[in-house]
Design a binder for this molecule. Structure first.
Ligand code: SF4
Length: 267
């Protein structure tokens, strides 16, 4: 990992002056489900002809600015230091309903107890429940263990690499499938969680009728750059978590500001 990625998000956020947003508010907002604040819909590329969200040059500028920003300011999180699909899956399942700082503690404890997919597949369920205790939503751990058992029994311990196969496993939705496929296997898989949806909605100044999960997934597929999904996906989530935040976007320090349509519209 480049040293520049070791910049702590808390430090970054603390150093950012709060500015009053001049961007239009989100209307009723995109519709979210509980899966990592992920948007409901298949992760498969759209089968219908998707409407182009912006000129290709705008999309390229969006990708480039996001990636360059992430390389300097991305958060250093333990699950970003590995490409083990099992460890990445554990982190993503924990993050479905748990804040990042709390998830870090449980992630490390869980992996010490069950370091491999085989260890979790063979474990006694009460012991898994005990390790998960405190995180809540125990169904997540049950599904994680069922997924581990399927991977051991049906895939000989090797994770499937494409989002469609991952989505067929217990408890894995389109967001989690895209995350594992892009982070562990460097697949060109899109993701859409609450942070990414907010950034897309504001950056492209999407009107209320376009703030649907279907349209936003289409946009996510359009803007995910080939060969760089693993870094782009981290970048869009991080900028949504630290700069294009829900209440008051910090447009004055946002690398997307020069090309952001919401800012342009507000001038
Ligand atoms: S993408 Fe950046 S410039 Fe645009 S609304 Fe969000 S914080 Fe502001």
């Amino acid at each position: 990992m480049p040293p520049s990625l070791l910049v702590c998000a808390a430090t970054l956020v603390a150093s950012i002056p709060r500015v009053k947003a001049k961007v239009p508010p989100l209307s009723s907002g995109p519709r979210f489900c509980h899966n990592h604040g992920a948007m409901k819909k298949t992760s498969s590329p759209a089968t219908h002809a998707p409407e182009q969200v912006a000129h290709p040059a705008t999309i390229r500028a969006f990708q480039r600015r996001l990636i360059e920003w992430y390389q300097r300011h991305g958060r250093d999180l333990p699950w970003r230091r590995t490409r083990d699909p099992y460890a990445i899956l554990v982190s993503e399942v924990m993050l479905q309903q748990t804040q990042v700082q709390r998830a870090i503690l449980y992630y490390e404890k869980f992996l010490r107890r069950y370091p491999t997919v085989e260890d979790l597949a063979r474990a006694d369920e009460p012991a898994v429940r005990e390790t998960w205790e405190g995180l809540g939503y125990y169904a997540r751990a049950r599904n994680l263990q069922r997924t581990s058992q399927k991977i051991v029994d049906e895939y000989k311990g090797r994770f499937p690499k494409n989002p469609q196969d991952l989505e067929a496993l217990p408890g894995i939705g389109p967001y989690t499938a895209g995350a594992v496929a892009s982070f562990a296997f460097r697949r060109d898989a899109a993701i859409l969680d609450t942070n990414a949806a907010r950034v897309l909605t504001r950056f492209f100044a999407l009107p209320p009728e376009r703030q649907t999960s279907r349209f936003l997934w289409d946009v996510a597929h359009q803007v995910t750059p080939a060969g760089k999904a693993y870094i782009f996906n981290q970048a869009i989530m991080d900028i949504g978590a630290t700069i294009c935040v829900a209440r008051t976007p910090r447009c004055s320090v946002c690398p997307l500001r020069p090309v952001c349509r919401s800012v342009e519209k507000s001038r």
